[in-house]
Ligand binder design. Structure first.
Ligand SMILES: NC(=O)c1ccc[n+]([C@@H]2O[C@H](COP(=O)([O-])OP(=O)(O)OC[C@H]3O[C@@H](n4cnc5c(N)ncnc54)[C@H](OP(=O)(O)O)[C@@H]3O)[C@@H](O)[C@H]2O)c1
Length: 165
């Protein structure tokens, strides 16, 4: 299975100066870890460099880049389709696209599932997602609200709707 996971604020903001636009939200980080653990995480080079400097633990870290990068399990300079074929031959695990915008746009038409976190509030951003455009062929099957925290969030699971296939 191929999925993707992202978080956005009320403006659709997902990034600012190659970081997340909002302050640290523990509940969303825990959700991200639980959703991706023991899976293959695929990211673009900008997202890799936005991480604290080490691979994400307990996951197979795959970075797409035309450059040599130290640290990930795989650095691939292949077409989006070749990347999926290559990883599916090597592993029998879910592939999760974890960003950033470039990768979400490339893979949005092939993922089966989207894990979305809605972050309450609006934050300065320079990178945006158009949720309406991304989710139009998906339906929400799960939602969990975290209201009693400093920045309330909703975590959602969307699956590709059969009628669009
Ligand atoms: N809110 C969220 O959930 C979330 C999640 C992740 C990231 N983000 C944010 O998103 C922003 C980064 O997004 P972005 O769109 O700028 O960058 P990105 O998608 O992380 O990386 C794009 C780069 O990856 C490399 N690449 C992509 N596809 C490739 C392929 N098939 N083969 C070889 N190289 C390939 C290219 O760079 P090179 O070839 O030059 O290396 C490309 O410029 C940051 O602000 C980050 O904080 C937000």
């Amino acid at each position: 299975m191929i999925s993707m996971i992202y978080a956005c604020d009320e403006n659709g903001g997902i990034g600012y100066r190659n970081k997340l636009p909002w302050p640290h939200i523990k509940e969303d980080m825990v959700h991200f870890m639980n959703t991706t653990k023991n899976k293959i995480v695929v990211m673009g080079s900008n997202t890799w460099f936005s991480l604290p400097g080490a691979p994400l633990k307990n996951r197979i870290n795959v970075v797409l880049s035309s450059k040599a990068i130290d640290g990930p399990d795989h650095v691939l300079n292949k077409s989006p389709t070749e990347v999926i074929e290559y990883l599916q031959k090597l592993y029998n695990k879910e592939i999760v696209i974890i960003g950033g915008k470039f990768l979400y746009n490339v893979y949005k038409d092939v993922v089966d599932v989207i894990y979305l976190t809605e972050i309450s509030g609006k934050y300065p951003a320079d990178t945006y997602m158009n949720n309406f455009n991304i989710l139009e062929k998906f339906e929400m099957v799960e939602e969990q609200e975290y209201n009693n925290i400093e920045i309330p969030i909703k975590t959602q699971k969307w699956v590709r709707h059969e009628k669009f296939n």
